[in-house]
Design a protein around this ligand. Structure first.
Ligand code: SF4
Length: 365
């Protein structure tokens, strides 16, 4: 279907694509998932990148692939192993859905990722954005990819106010669809995939939410607002205190740490493992072993970790509200294989309870 050209003329569209691609070729960041030929890698990177900083994704992307190098390897893994590899990236539902989709592809598609956006859309957990990204970047389909960065670029470029309405979203989608190249030029050049990546890169590195770098923008001459567009303020940030218990014990030469498994039916991070939370009144007047800030979406948690060291701290252990069945002693050597929450991993690493293991690459890599 041809998209309606709402604002830009055909000439402007060609000029836009040319300027954008020339800039992208010279300025794109080198990222481990760029230029890969394995669609599974593209899929994994797109899922990891949702609402997550690029730096955090870089940290996890290669190690995840070492553990689960193929869709089949991911499908055959336990959910707990997949969550352990995802630990620190947050939004664990993504890992669960990725795992389920890998099992679905293994069962229904002989382990091969389908190629079109329509087919990809039938996989569990793959929404409109992800299927468009995989279809265009991995398979060259002429379909627009619209994430928050692309939406911001297009609204500023066209001077359209941000509305958050269905009509506003349809406008952005139509603009993005009009800009994306129609045909694959040859086997080597994936015009649609490169264009979509360039649009996202422009939003991520130049057309920034707060202070766009307009003087470095490759489409400055075509932009209707050039830094004057009103972009809505970010959601209100909340601050909350949180306290956790660090309890260690020795069994011969083995050190164990007390951990709590979150309930399977809880809405936030079900089945994940963390240090046992403590009520605020149990820690009043005590000096923490560690203070750390941890941000989850719009909430900043000011976390304090308290050590239960000896008999005088038994009261602290008794203050843990978790049921006995939800608590377990775990060998510190096994921590890396557990589905730890990002915060638990951060705390255990900072306190040297958990080693940060170097990435084990297979010999062929
Ligand atoms: S000129 Fe400025 S506001 Fe316009 S698209 Fe480029 S960076 Fe964004």
């Amino acid at each position: 279907m041809e998209h309606e050209l709402v604002v830009l003329t055909k000439e402007e569209i060609f000029q836009f694509r040319r300027s954008l691609m020339s800039w992208y070729r010279n300025h794109a960041r080198e990222l481990p998932w760029r230029g890969v030929s394995d669609p599974y890698r593209t899929w994994l990177s797109e899922v990891m990148l949702q609402q997550t900083r690029v730096a955090a994704v870089i940290e996890h992307y290669e190690s995840f692939l070492v553990r689960f190098p193929t869709i089949l390897a991911l499908a055959l893994a336990t959910e707990s192993d997949v969550l352990a590899a995802w630990s620190g990236l947050g939004y664990y539902r993504r890992a669960r859905m990725l795992h389920r989709a890998a099992q679905f592809i293994t069962r229904e598609w002989d382990g091969v990722l389908p190629k079109t956006s329509g087919e990809l859309r039938t996989l569990p957990g793959i929404g409109e954005y992800t299927c468009a990204a995989i279809a265009s970047i991995a398979f060259g389909e002429s379909i627009a990819v619209v994430d928050g960065n692309v939406e911001r670029v297009l609204l500023r470029l066209t001077g359209r106010a941000e509305s958050g309405t269905a009509a506003g979203r349809a406008f952005v989608q139509a603009q993005a669809g009009a800009l994306v190249p129609r045909r694959r030029i040859n086997v080597q050049v994936n015009a649609a995939g490169d264009h979509n990546q360039a649009m996202m890169e422009l939003g991520a590195t130049i057309c920034l939410p707060r202070a766009p770098l307009c003087l470095h923008c490759p489409v400055y001459s075509m932009c209707k607002t050039r830094g004057e567009h009103v972009t809505s303020a970010r959601g209100v940030q909340r601050s909350l205190p949180a306290a956790y218990l660090l309890s260690l014990r020795k069994r011969g030469t083995v050190t164990e740490v007390l951990l709590e498994r979150r309930a399977k039916d809880t809405s936030l991070m079900p089945g994940m493992v963390e240090l046992p939370p403590l009520p605020q009144d149990a820690v009043e007047g005590r000096e923490p072993l560690l203070r750390v800030r941890h941000a989850i979406t719009n909430t900043n948690y000011y976390v304090q970790v308290f050590a239960a060291k000896g008999p005088q701290d038994r009261g602290l252990r008794r203050a843990v509200p978790a049921a006995k069945n939800d608590l377990e002693w775990v060998r510190t050597s096994q921590l890396a294989s557990l589905p730890l929450t990002g915060l638990a991993r951060k705390v255990l690493q900072r306190l040297d309870v958990m080693e940060v293991r170097p990435l084990q690459l297979p010999e062929s890599v």
